[in-house]
Design a binder for this molecule. Structure first.
Ligand SMILES: *Cc1c(COP(=O)(O)O)cnc(C)c1O
Length: 392
């Protein structure tokens, strides 16, 4: 008897719906042009916004730490995995983000898993934007608090929830992405902070796509809106613009002390390797000393988005270098992505269940590492495939 036959049935369902995938293989570093499945393609699908993942200065810092500290941290942070580089990174991040204290986790996802459950409890309410990232949704599931969802960026709906429910709970925590990763739009942070003040609620912003992108020197969405000190928990990732791996929570010193006792990923999962910590330190130093990469990122994003709009594509409501290209139909979206790849450009197709049914899109991720030639090449490919598939 095949006890795992039920998995075959699930896979058959994926294949029937045309969403079964085989992972493409990148045979080299994550750069503007990558060796994907042994074909050289323009890479419009990385979160490596500033090109730091393969920056020689960052790689060199990792090599140096690898020699001094070895390959792995060897334990969780709360036992002996807390190497001195980690303290250096946290101090630097606090300076960079202009926040009191920073706690580093192994990833952005696991930071949400750890922090949300640690700072909420039975008798509390979590109020979450309907388009929040999967790691927030999962993090909320791990909390003992009750939950409510408000319509995407709809401040009236958020206020309705607060008005109805605030008095029934001890603490209320409003959680939102800073930048929504599927559409590239920004959370309405000034209004959220104002509502939070009025209803005595706490605020939690996951700025994975804003860090290194928005604000002065890429300090993030909170800096963009001049809201330093007004958000209770600011989450960032070291995996996207910073180009390495890890996640972090900016907050007050008491929150940090609490997370070191109750942030479960810190207690039960080994710390990120010292070479990655050193690489992240170097990336943050680069961000703090120069705006060259963030300036180039925005210049490239503007150039590409203008080009796409001129060609007649619908690029949605993006306010960031994330450029959704709305297609609609799921099968057509996947066909578009496949044809682009054949033309030498990799842009992932995003369909249900990541986005609602009928809202299929390609998601082009622009980076500071792209040259004008890369972007022109990509625009030309979009034009040809767009005409071929009658999208434009
Ligand atoms: C990407 C992302 C994460 C996960 O970050 P990792 O460091 O890759 O685990 C968390 N939250 C949001 C909003 C994200 O976009």
């Amino acid at each position: 008897m095949n006890k795992l036959a039920y998995i075959d049935e699930k896979i058959a369902e994926l294949k029937k719906n045309g969403i079964y995938r085989v992972l493409p293989v990148n045979y080299g570093p994550c750069k503007n042009v990558i060796d994907l499945n042994h074909r050289s393609v323009v890479n419009l699908s990385a979160n490596n916004y500033l090109g730091l993942a393969a920056d020689p200065r960052v790689v060199k810092a990792a090599e140096k730490a690898l020699k001094k500290y070895g390959a792995g941290a060897g334990a969780v942070r709360t036992i002996v995995g807390n190497q001195d580089l980690m303290g250096e990174l946290e101090t630097l991040l606090a300076q960079f983000k202009q926040e009191e204290a920073v706690t580093v986790f192994q990833s952005g996802l696991n930071c949400n898993m750890g922090v949300i459950q640690a700072v909420t409890d039975q008798g509390d309410l979590i109020v979450s934007d309907e388009l929040n990232h999967a790691s927030i949704i999962d993090g909320v599931k791990l909390s003992k608090a009750d939950r409510a969802v408000y319509k995407h960026s709809d401040m009236e709906d958020l206020e309705r929830v607060l008005k109805e429910k605030r008095s029934l709970y001890k603490n209320v925590l409003i959680i939102t992405d800073g930048v929504f990763s599927m559409d590239g739009d920004l959370a309405k942070l000034p209004q959220i902070v104002e509502l939070a003040d009025r209803y005595e609620a706490l605020t939690y912003v996951d700025d994975a796509h804003g860090s290194g992108v928005l604000g002065s020197h890429g300090r993030g969405t909170v800096d963009h809106f001049h809201l330093h000190g007004r958000i209770d928990f600011v989450i960032g990732t070291l995996s996207k613009a910073v180009g390495v791996v890890g996640g972090y929570c900016c907050s007050k010193q008491n929150v940090k002390e609490w997370l070191l006792h109750r942030g479960r990923p810190l207690l039960f999962s080994t710390a990120i390797p010292p070479s990655s910590v050193a690489a992240a330190i170097e990336s943050i130093k680069i961000l703090m000393t120069s705006t060259e990469a963030t300036d180039k990122l925005w210049e490239n994003a503007r150039y590409f988005k203008e080009g796409m709009t001129k060609l007649g594509f619908d690029i949605g409501r993006s306010e960031t270098p994330i450029t959704p290209v709305m297609i609609g139909d799921e099968a057509k979206t996947m066909a578009f992505s496949k044809r682009l790849l054949e033309a030498g450009v990799f842009v992932s197709g995003i369909v249900f269940p990541t986005v609602p049914k009928g809202k299929g899109r390609l998601r082009a991720m622009i980076s500071a590492a792209h040259t004008k030639e890369d972007l022109d090449f990509a625009l030309e490919a979009f034009k040809n495939v767009g005409k071929e598939l009658s999208v434009i």
